[in-house]
Design a protein around this ligand. Structure first.
Ligand code: FES
Length: 153
């Protein structure tokens, strides 16, 4: 299989990979970049567990090919904290008990970071609507909305 060079800045570090054209960004992150915080749920764009930020915009990383993201800046859940300081959303998730099993949490967090920077969510209903692509099988939706609203306020 022919391989293609892909250069990415992942959580502030410049990285280079050689990947087959069919490798998704999700698989590159998990299997080649060691960023296993990003989760694979459905692998079909339906659950949001794989959400990461590409140049600051949230994206389902299972739906894009790594070669399509050459030159981009990727932020995963591993890149949200600053040193020992949690990202305000991470702290809010803890404060609001916004998870149970935690599997969806990395995607929820990245989605919420993207949502806040989009600047379109002003209410709890907005948060619920604009994060509806991030499923939580434990049903922690009210607490997730609480956490996001806490940071928005
Ligand atoms: Fe990508 Fe479910 S794993 S949306």
């Amino acid at each position: 299989q022919q391989q293609h060079p892909v250069r990415l800045r992942i959580n502030g570090q410049d990285r280079e990979f050689n990947v087959e054209s069919w490798v998704t960004l999700l698989d590159l992150l998990r299997e080649r970049a060691g960023m296993t915080g990003t989760k694979k749920g459905c692998d079909q764009g339906q659950c949001g567990a794989c959400t990461v930020l590409v140049d600051g915009k949230r994206i389902n990383s299972c739906l894009t090919l790594a070669v399509m993201q050459d030159g981009r800046e990727i932020t995963t859940v591993e890149g949200l904290a600053t040193g020992d300081d949690l990202h305000p959303l991470q702290q809010a998730f803890i404060d609001c008990d916004a998870f149970q099993c935690g599997y969806c949490t990395p995607g929820q967090l990245c989605s919420a970071v993207g949502l806040i920077s989009e600047g379109q969510a002003t209410s709890r209903d907005d948060v619920r609507e604009l994060m509806s692509g991030n499923l939580c099988r434990c049903g922690a939706y009210p607490q997730i909305a609480d956490a996001v609203i806490k940071v928005l306020d």
